[in-house]
Write a protein that binds this ligand. Structure first.
Ligand SMILES: [Zn+2]
Length: 181
């Protein structure tokens, strides 16, 4: 479903306050996270926009990226579950694309999914493009960085409410920039 239509639909639906356990996130909270993501950037962090594409020849990517980042970002590989140090990353900050530095998620959007991959229930708006892949016979929603085209992961619909999204991301495709750095 088109994400904007989905969000618009939710915005116009009446909110049923008692249906949510106390302290649970609402779509209003998600909206605020998406609007205020820049508050998680470190002071003086470079401004990187999805609208300035970074296109490099394959050989150039191979030179710039460490082996595993290259095979995930440029060849749609998947890192082994439980191997990323970013699984345990809990400091405030921003997760950027390891290929081009585009901010993709804030620490506020991360949750522990128990899968062994860094997982997020929403994203910074307008930073991903998606396609279906059939590598595992059944279709999965692949997503990649809008700026450099680097493969990041797959999105599933079994995440926590209210988005029910699980953005399952390869840690080697990300870099974490702590806000305090
Ligand atoms: Zn990128």
């Amino acid at each position: 479903m088109d994400r904007r239509l989905f969000l618009l639909g939710l915005a116009t639906a009446p909110l049923c306050a008692h249906a949510q356990p106390k302290g649970a996130r609402t779509m209003k909270d998600i909206d605020a996270m998406q609007k205020n993501w820049k508050t998680y950037l470190a002071a003086g962090a470079p401004a990187v926009s999805p609208d300035e594409p970074l296109k490099l020849a394959d050989a150039e990517w191979r030179k710039r990226l460490p082996g595993e980042s290259y095979s995930v970002l440029r060849k749609e590989g998947t890192e082994r579950a439980g191997t990323s140090p970013l699984n345990g990353e809990k400091r405030p900050g921003v997760f950027v694309c390891a290929g081009c530095g585009l901010p993709l998620f804030t620490s506020e959007m991360k949750y522990e999914s128990g899968t062994g991959w860094p997982s997020f229930f929403t994203t910074i708006p307008g930073v991903f493009e998606q396609k279906k892949d059939f590598y595992l016979i059944y279709p999965r929603s692949e997503y990649h960085c809008k700026r450099c085209g680097g493969h990041q992961g797959h999105v599933f619909d079994d995440g926590p409410p209210p988005t029910n999204q699980r953005w399952c991301n390869n840690g080697v495709a990300l870099k974490f920039l702590p806000k305090g750095a």
